[in-house]
Structure formats: structure tokens, C-alpha cells
Design a protein. Sequence first.
Length: 258
Amino acid sequence: MLEMIHSTAIVSPKAELGSGVEVGAYSVIGENVKIGRGTKIGIRVLINGYTSIGKDCQIFTGAVIGSPPQDLKYKKKKSYVRIGDNNTIREYSTINPATDEEKETKIGNNNFIMAYSHIAHNCLLEDEIITANCTTLAGYVHLEKACIIGGLVAIHQFCRVGRYAIIGGCSKVTQDILPFSLTDGHPARPYGINKLGLKRHNFSPESIRTLNKAFFYLLGAKLNTSQAIKKIKETLPATSEIEYLLNFISSAERGIAK
């Protein structure tokens, strides 16, 4: 199946388009762009720079992908945007390449990026993530698998959001967000585990109970973080979720929001 390109679209002859790619009216595709089969690009979309997009993605009106990063340190060196398969990128979202030469901004598979989201230079988004309208990710933000970011949330550069966490709308994130957590506020603080989200992802009742106990030690037992970690290790089984949670905390460079 050949690609379908609207007569008003401008597609560089050097761009690589897979079979079945659709390019809507007035969209512009640059010479160093690669687009996988079955991806649909809407009206007035700009994709430029060294950008690769996987198969079966949907990119809606006004999205801008691959334009230079909004970073004064950027020296017009070759850097990348790499987007996986089956992603939805809604209206007027912006995704910038890395600041540093030969580095990348990377988005995995099966993500839903809602309208007016901004994904800055050097960000890493794993898989199955939702960013609601007007989410703003500063440089080097790392969103782990299946986290959900509410509308109008701003996340400070270098912050991480752990797996299966959910952040409420209009929150201000300045430190790492615990995996599995239900977080909200200005600044954002965790209030417990994302119980509904864990159930939806088929976590067992026993795993949820164990994580709930761990969060009690971290948030509700009037212990500092070191004391809480010690208590978790002494009293809870070393499940894969607990080991991951403790490793996440120990590797935090900006501290953990609490």
C-alpha cells in the first residue's frame, strides 16, 4: 500500500515514509525524517530534524516534532527525536530533540500524549503513559511505564515519575515521584498508593497490600526515609515491586517528594 500525501503537503524527497503513511493538508516533513508504516499525520503538522516515528502512530493537527530544543546551550549539533509504535500525539503538542550532540529525546510505545503537551529536550518516556492536556515536561524528565500525568502539570527538569504513579491536575513537580503513588499538590506530594490503577494493571491483592504497608512506613509512620526503608526491609517480603520501589528511592538525585 502506497503512502497517501495531500497535494498541499510538503514532504522532502529524502524523507523515508513507510507503506500506508498518510500526510494531511499543509503538513511539512523534513529531509531527515523517518516514518513507519501505517502512521497517520494530520493537518498542518511539522516534523523536522533527525526524527524517527514508528508504525501505526496518529499525529493530530498542529503538532510540532523535531524543532530545535528551547535551551540556550543548544549549539545546532545533530541530535534526535525517536518515537516508537502506536503512539497518539494530539493537537499542538511539541516534542524537542536533545540538546547534546548524538543524544536523543525518546518516546516508547502505546503512549497517549494529549493536546498542548510539551516534551522538552532529552526527555525519556517509556510505554503506556498518558499525559493529559497542557502537561509540561522540562528537560531530562523521565516518565516510567504506565504513569498518568494530569492536565496542566509542570514537571521540573531531571525529575522522574515512577511506574504506575498518577499525578493530579495542576500539580507542580520538583522532586521524584514515587512509583505506584497517588500524588497531587503544589508542590506535589504523595497521598498513598494508586490502588485503582494497580487493580487495572492486574496487580494481585497481596501485592497491593504489601505496597500499601510500604507506603505507610514511607508517608504515615512519622519515620524519616532511611528509617522507613529499614522498616520495609525488616518487615515486608522482598517482592519485585518492593525491590523496585527501594531501588527507585535510593537512586533519586533530586530527592523524593514526600
